[in-house]
Design a protein around this ligand. Structure first.
Ligand code: TXA
Ligand code: MG
Length: 316
């Protein structure tokens, strides 16, 4: 695949929007870093984001919206969240708030959590693209997993260290003015907490809140940090991996040749499997029976799928 650099004008944004509407992923500038954007309502598009990044696990993604009104259709904002949105949006602040039941966001975006990370970016090109697209865009930083975040279109398009050849397009708006990711604020037992330092200072946030932020000693990107443990999707009953058949009371989630009561992908397609993963785990869990899951190959998105399944199966 050839990665095109698109100009940030009407013509470039029209092409970018076409890719997004057909479920593909493209890189877009934001004021913090370049993001790898896909339609947050389309599970296959979200799976492509993880695939392009080569992410070994499904960390929940930030959902980007054109304005506060759109954000309030996706998450519930209490008084403090409203005050922070009022003060810092559009801008380099991400708020992790309870997900609305009718949000319509693919479960892969939130990794099955009942909270969602929301941001209204201040970059005029990101804003224009969001307005034109007319929906929510899930976007992690547009770097391969484990590499540093890109602040120039050329970083993204580089075939060696970036995503060149893996995505159809990058909207090129030059250097990102902030250059570090957004600050992430969430709530722990009802108290505002700094989940990731970033483009908006903690002091400025505390000045609006009138109280100190909790500072959990965690790195949201570290797999073993407490933040990751809370995102660990644990079904109520046990989960058995590498199943080839079902025990009498089990519900079997199939893959490829293993049919099951439901299937991640009958054709063995890993993008389809990733897109369905959290919905199927939820559906299986709702049946209140132990869950068995067929073997998913470790290649491509399979590594991320297996990472989640192993966490869900871990003794607790
Ligand atoms: O500046 C930014 O925030 C950039 C630009 C593109 O907007 N995006 C970005 O996304 O840095 P990403 O995926 O690299 O970082 C998302 C972070 C992850 O560390 C994830 O754990 C956290 O947000 N996150 C997302 N949803 C969450 C949730 N529901 N609860 C806790 N943490 C969440
Ligand atoms: Mg990142």
């Amino acid at each position: 695949m050839h990665t095109r650099l698109l100009s940030p004008d009407d013509q470039g944004l029209a092409i970018a929007c076409d890719w997004l509407l057909q479920g593909d992923v493209i890189a877009m500038p934001t004021e913090t870093v370049y993001g790898l954007a896909g339609d947050a309502r389309n599970p296959a598009a979200v799976a492509r984001i993880y695939e392009a990044k080569g992410r070994p696990s499904f960390n929940p993604l930030i959902v980007h919206l054109p304005d506060r009104a759109a954000a309030e259709k996706v998450g519930h904002f209490d008084g403090k969240a409203q005050a922070l949105a009022e003060a810092f949006w559009p801008g380099a602040l991400t708020l992790v708030v309870p997900l609305r039941d009718d949000a319509g966001i693919a479960s892969l975006v939130t990794a099955g959590l009942d909270t969602v990370a929301l941001r209204v970016p201040a970059h005029p090109v990101a804003h224009a693209l969001l307005e034109r697209f007319g929906g929510a865009l899930a976007a992690p930083s547009a770097n391969p997993s484990g590499r540093i975040s890109p602040t120039m279109a050329g970083h993204v398009a580089d075939p060696e260290t970036g995503l060149g050849g893996r995505i159809p397009a990058v909207v090129d708006a030059g250097a990102c003015p902030v250059g570090v990711e957004s600050t992430i604020v969430g709530w722990l037992d009802g108290r505002p907490a700094l989940l990731r330092p970033g483009g908006v200072s903690a002091e400025d946030i505390e000045a609006i809140l009138g109280e100190p932020l909790l500072r959990p000693e965690l790195d949201p990107d570290a797999p073993n940090a407490p933040g990751q443990l809370t995102s660990h999707y644990a079904p109520r009953e046990s989960l058995r991996l590498n199943a080839t058949d079902r025990a009498p009371d089990e519900v079997l989630i199939g893959f490829g040749d293993i049919e099951g009561d439901m299937t991640l992908s009958a054709s063995g397609n890993l993008i389809e499997a990733a897109a369905r993963l959290f919905d199927l785990l939820r559906q299986a869990d709702a049946l209140g029976r132990p869950i068995a899951v067929a073997t998913v190959p470790e290649r491509g998105l399979g590594a991320a799928i297996n990472d989640r399944l192993r966490r869900a199966a871990a003794p607790r």
